[in-house]
Design a protein around this ligand. Structure first.
Ligand SMILES: C[S@@+](CC[C@H](N)C(=O)[O-])C[C@H]1O[C@@H](n2cnc3c(N)ncnc32)[C@H](O)[C@@H]1O
Length: 278
């Protein structure tokens, strides 16, 4: 049976105009990529749109929590105007609490970054890939404002808030709307963070996380995965260790594992072989 011609541009525009994404704009490249990926699987446009929306829902993951962006922007400005770095840090902590990934990490941030940088060294440039709100934790990294902190997310509101917070802290506004699977980061950095996202990237497209890990132009990548499911009923340590091992099987990279209560971090050294330490 001949498939009806589907106008990809029109479909992408229709999905982006839908009430869900009209007020929380996301990268067009993400929607287009999903439409193109699902195109061959559906004969009816209605079914294709449904499948794309379902995948987008999981990728955007608004259910993990968001701050009120206008209020958050104002709060950050006011706390910076007060001149108190403690007040700015307190506002960042409150905002980090609004999203599940960072809420779980909040009690461990100090040890978390100290542990990672003890393995990787202190970066002068870092990239936070599929960053969510995590760059609001810059104050916990103990790095100077000269640090080049690249941050990538598909959510425009998050990126705007992060750049606002960066500038208030004296950092360059290097957060950008970019789908890292469609358009992998090209900036040079010492360390990349890929926190709590590998399992989700694999759900979007199996094999995509290895391609991303390979392409990142950094020596070190700190990949993390949660130790339990979102309601805490299942321990996921072994499953997630296995997942990471399967993804990087065959790669000559060394892995240093750090275990925190809520998160496993795998520090991958992509230059291990050429340095002769394996
Ligand atoms: C589960 S949250 C994790 C946030 C952060 N990495 C952390 O652990 O705190 C996922 C974030 O990744 C973003 N995201 C998902 N897929 C992406 C992609 N392909 N490129 C860039 N950002 C992406 C989402 O918009 C969301 O903000």
């Amino acid at each position: 049976m001949a498939q009806a011609r589907i106008d990809v541009d029109a479909l992408v525009a229709e999905i982006m105009r839908s009430p869900k994404y009209k007020d929380t704009p996301i990268a067009e490249a993400t929607v287009r990529d999903l439409v193109l990926m699902e195109l061959g699987h559906y004969k009816k446009e209605k079914d294709l749109v449904k499948a794309v929306r379902k995948k987008l829902h999981r990728i955007v993951a608004a259910y993990l929590g968001d701050p009120d962006y206008a209020a958050a922007t104002q709060e950050l400005t006011q706390s910076a105007d007060s001149g108190s770095s403690e007040q700015l840090r307190a506002v960042c902590a409150r905002l980090l609490e609004t999203h599940l990934s960072t809420r779980e990490r909040l009690p461990i941030y100090d040890q978390f970054y100290a542990g990672i940088f003890a393995v990787t060294g202190r970066p002068s440039a870092l990239m936070d890939v599929a960053c969510g709100l995590n760059p609001l934790s810059f104050a916990w990294m103990n790095l100077p404002p000269t640090t080049r902190y690249y941050a990538y997310d598909i959510n425009q509101q998050r990126v705007d808030l992060l750049n606002h917070a960066f500038v208030l802290q004296g950092l360059a506004p290097l957060a950008r709307v970019q789908d890292v699977l469609v358009d992998p980061p090209q900036e040079q950095a010492d360390v990349a963070f890929l926190f709590k996202e590998v399992h989700r990237l694999e759900a979007r497209q199996r094999g995509s996380s290895l391609r991303l890990l390979e392409s990142l132009p950094v020596r070190w990548i700190a990949v993390s995965l949660p130790t339990q499911n979102s309601n805490g009923s299942h321990d996921l340590r072994d499953r997630h260790r296995q997942l990471l091992a399967t993804i990087i099987a065959g790669k000559p990279w060394t892995t240093t594992e750090l275990e925190f209560e809520s998160e496993l971090v795998f520090c991958l050294d992509k230059q291990a072989v050429s340095l002769g330490n394996v």
